[in-house]
Each structure stands twice: as C-alpha cells, then as structure tokens.
Design a protein around this ligand. Sequence first.
Ligand code: PLP
Length: 421
Amino acid sequence: MTASPSPVWHPFTQHALAPEPPMVVRGQGAWLETDAGGRILDAISSWWVITHGHCHPRIVAAIAEQAGQLDQVIFAGHTHPAAEALARGLVAMTPEGLDHVFFSDSGSTAVEVALKMAAGYWRHTGEQRTRILALEHGYHGDTIGTMSVGARGVYNAAYEPFLFEVTRLPFPQTGREQATLDALEAACREAPAALLVEPLILGAGGMHIYAPAVLAEMAAICARHGVLFIADEVMTGFGRTGTLFACEQAGVVPDIACYAKGLTGGSLPLAVTLCRRAIFDAHYSTDRARTFFHSSSFTANPIACAAAVANLKIWADEPVGARIAALGDAHDERLARFRDDRRFANVRRLGTIAALDLVAPDPGYLADVGPRLAAFFRDEGLLIRPLGNTLYVMPPYCTTAEDLDLVYGAIATAADRFGRA
Ligand code: PLP
C-alpha cells in the first residue's frame, strides 16, 4: 500500500515543484535531525528565529514549568506573572523611552499592531494622518496590512487589489543615501502618519545593508516633522546585527518598535510591539471609543512568555555578546576567499548575518537557481534557503567554526556547480 500524500500545505512552497520535505524530529544546538537519522545544520536559524540554539535547556525547562502551572488565560482584563516579568524586562533592555508593551504572536501581527497604534495615535490626537512611508525592498510580513507596506512583487501580485497604498522611498544604497533622505524629507512635508523601516538591513527583500548614520538621519527627519518612526526589528532584534537591537547602532529610539522571532530564543511564537508613552496616552481616556481595539485569542500566552523570560535571563547571564562577536569574526575569515571571486558579488556581513550574491545567468527572486541551490545544500546536509541568487547565512549563536567550515565549503562547491563560468 502506498502512503497517501500529506494534506499539509506548506508556506512559500510550490508543491508542484518542491521535493518531499525531510521529516524533522529533533533539534539540538545548531543541528536538526530527521526521522531517517540524517543531520541538517540549521544555517538560517529556521527562518531566523533560533538564537541560542535549538532546545536550549533553560528555555525548555521554563516552558515545561509554565506548561504545568498555567497554560493559557484570556489577556483582556487578566494578567499573569510571566507577561508582567517579560514586559518589565523588555522595557528595561530596549532603547530608553519605549515603555509600553503590547503582545501578539508573530512578526506580522507585531507590525500590524504598530500600524494600528500609529493610526489610533493620529486619530485620537485629532490629526488626519494615515499615509505610511516605507523603504523599497522592505518586507514586513504576509498579512494584508504588512504586504501593503512591503515591497510589491510576484509573491503578492494576486492580493494586490486588497492592498493599501504607501509612499515608497528608494533604498539607501551606499553612495546614494542622499536620495533616500531627500525623498523622506519631501514625503514628510505631506504630513504622513509614520515611517516604517527594517533598521540597518532589509531581510527578505535581499539582505540589503545600510549604514547606521542613515538610520539616525531618517529618524531625525521624522522627529523634525513629527512623523512617527516605526522600527521593525522582527529579524534584527535579539543580537542578529551584532548588538542586542539594530537601532542601538544608530543611537535611535523609535516611537514604536516590533520584536518577534528571537524573543523566545525562537522556541515559541510570540511578538511584542513597544511604544512611547505618548502613543499609549493618546489611547488612554474615559472615552471607550479610544480603546486600542486589537487582540488575538492567545495574546501573551503564558508558556510563550515564560520562554521569552528565560531568553532574557540567558541574555543577562550568558556571554551572548561574545558569542555573537566571535561568530561575526568567523564569518569574516571565511568570507574573505569570496571577495575576489568573480562568481560572487556584494559579499557583505552585518553582525551574525553574512550574504553574497551568486552571479548566476538567471538572477532574481523567482530564479530557478534559488530552489536548485536549496536542493544542493539540502543534499549536503545544510539548511540554506537562498533568496533567488542571494545566498545568506544566519546561524544560531552557538554555531561553531567547524560548522561554518561546512557551510562555506558548500558555498564554494555551489559556485563551481551553479555560478557563471
Ligand atoms: N518583519 C520582518 C523584518 C521580517 O523579517 C519578518 C519575517 O521574516 C516579518 C516581519 C514577519 O514575521 P512573521 O513571519 O513572524 O509573521
């Protein structure tokens, strides 16, 4: 008897073309294990979420303890110790001035919440400001609102009629930063509601890096015009860019900041949107119409919050910063050989994230080379999921130098096989 095909519909997967997915049954540190006993090095932290490694014992223990005590409670009109501890911890560790915490459960919802906070702020302060400014190549999620503010392309073409208009600023490419700042200055004169950016690096849009000075200047322009500055730190948060949060490198305190992926060390879905007091205050009123009308059933799930509290403790008493710095150096040593290799372009690194573009005959997001590369890496026992012809490595912070040798060795072989001769 042949097994019936799985009813599972996978995300961002063309089932007519994709190979059978491996059945992953275990995760430990930087490694995954399949039911067939195969080992896979998780070189992209399972979609950029795992920070300290899979199944970090302190996070596992916190989850187990919380699960046996309080699994879930409605968060409207109720609270619980894990959420309170987490909110206080986050206010203490995020840039000073972010002092209210709203919980949700994914990066997309954290950004949706940020957009709704901005809309509510302007409505309740009596100004008609609704326009959002965003960066070209941006990615903020796959819900209708977050697709609206992200870059448009083949992946959201079918949903285009549902999306709202935003003003898009050119990406601040090295040497062309002034064009972005000028466009922002001009757009700010039209009294928009907010600027939404991925600080320092645009992830899914192609791992494009820009300088902290540009981020600082964008925030300053927004401040001068009274435009809200929203930082989407969903990918960059919790150490990915070398510092705890990317905004730190620019000395920027956003009006609203979104965190998700690494918040629980990547173990459970949880997200937060932090904001300055003025935004909370605009909603604080005896007038019920000013309530912040947003919730989801699992808002601030206690088990996820306990995992996040454990993550904060790991940041407080393990040498996470040193691990991140060492990982950055280890990337650099191994990236050096590709800098003069004409089969690669734009060899780049920010913190724990390294990226390089394979000069392929068919570049672009839907390029056939992307899935072919992914299949090649899978055969090599590596989880690497290129963005078209852009290869990137974003491993957990516990990844060793030997692990990285496997990754970069496979990238060199991939160039021989798929790169332009
Ligand atoms: N914002 C950024 C910068 C992201 O990179 C992502 C996901 O990759 C999201 C938002 C959406 O997060 P999620 O996939 O958890 O909804």
